[in-house]
Design a protein around this ligand. Structure first.
Ligand SMILES: C[S@@+](CC[C@H](N)C(=O)[O-])C[C@H]1O[C@@H](n2cnc3c(N)ncnc32)[C@H](O)[C@@H]1O
Ligand code: SF4
Ligand code: SF4
Length: 292
């Protein structure tokens, strides 16, 4: 019993430490998407499918704290929002680091040039197969030929831009597990890094082979990452596909209030219903002392 209490105390201490460390913001510029990946929980996304408005983007630019790191990701395709370049250049003027996670279909030469001109720090392209067959079996309605063309151009223009990191992000699952080494080889040829992540069940919403919640409490994502949905709602995390667990909205609540709300939730050891089935390994990895 005393061991349990000590572990709980240490875990909460670590969660509070993460809460007040350099914050990461997962910003959903669009909850719409232009393709349909087999492992993506978008089919269960009952929140409105929308594009973040320019008016809200302007609020967001002032709302983020100075030490923010912004990741343009969310549960849709960020490049569907044409105001993305305005957002990136405004945040870079504030010296805020900005990254994007994209399926890459809209990474045209023009868009790549504009992202680089805006001073983007990280471009992460979700890329789940090194052949048309494997890629197409996972990233449905995308085009392997277009993606490869976009990656070639990005590889060509990236080299002189030392401040830019480019990664191919693969979600490992049974369809591509035998292809991961090929993705790594391709990335190396292009001069990109690789980010691998196990497919998880998105808070129990998807049936994923081999993934089961292990019932361990605690989450490093909740304190470290603040999820801002396309309508400005701050949700518990990106797994909240129904938009049920709203901590506030950037139109009404300053970030300081959100931090207080999160600290209160941590102090009560509250667990959202989706957390009980959440098998996202990063909830534990972030809690580990040696990460971040
Ligand atoms: C939801 S997408 C949004 C951004 C953009 N549409 C894209 O695909 O890059 C963000 C990342 O989540 C990954 N992802 C989707 N479903 C997943 C799952 N069940 N488990 C782990 N990662 C997943 C995607 O592959 C992508 O890299
Ligand atoms: S591109 Fe991204 S948001 Fe769209 S279906 Fe695939 S993983 Fe989901
Ligand atoms: S445990 Fe999972 S569902 Fe719960 S807040 Fe953390 S990441 Fe989200």
């Amino acid at each position: 019993m005393s061991d349990l209490l000590t572990n709980l105390k240490n875990r909460k201490k670590r969660e509070v430490e993460l809460l007040y460390s350099e914050p990461i913001f997962d910003i959903e510029l669009s909850s719409k998407c232009n393709i349909n990946c087999i492992m993506c929980p978008r089919t269960k996304l009952t929140r409105k499918h929308e594009i973040m408005s320019l008016d809200l983007i302007k609020i967001l630019i002032d709302w983020l704290p100075d030490n923010a790191k912004a990741m343009l990701c969310g549960l849709g395709e960020p490049l569907l929002n044409s105001n993305i370049f305005f957002l990136i250049s405004s945040l870079r003027k504030r010296n805020i680091e900005v990254g994007i996670t994209t399926n890459g279909l809209l990474l045209t030469e023009n868009n790549i040039d504009m992202l680089i001109d805006c001073g983007i720090n990280l471009i992460q392209i979700s890329f789940n197969g090194s052949s048309e067959a494997i890629y197409g079996s996972i990233m449905r309605n995308s085009s392997f030929a277009v993606i490869m063309q976009n990656l070639q151009y990005l590889s060509k223009v990236k080299t002189p831009v030392l401040a830019l990191t480019v990664k191919l992000a693969a979600t490992t699952q049974k369809e591509n597990i035998s292809d991961i080494a090929n993705i790594q080889t391709l990335a190396a040829k292009l001069g990109f890094e690789v980010f691998l992540r196990n497919c998880h069940s998105r808070g129990g919403l998807l049936e994923v082979d081999g993934c089961k919640p292990n019932n361990l409490p605690g989450c490093g994502i909740f304190p470290k990452v603040t999820f801002i949905a396309a309508n400005g709602d701050i949700l518990s995390c990106c797994q909240d596909l129904a938009g049920k667990f709203v901590l506030g909205n950037i139109r009404q609540h300053p970030f300081k209030e959100i931090l207080k709300e999160k600290e209160f939730i941590i102090s009560k050891d509250y667990c959202f219903p989706i957390c009980k089935l959440c098998d996202d390994e990063y909830r534990y990895l972030l809690l580990a002392d040696n990460i971040i």
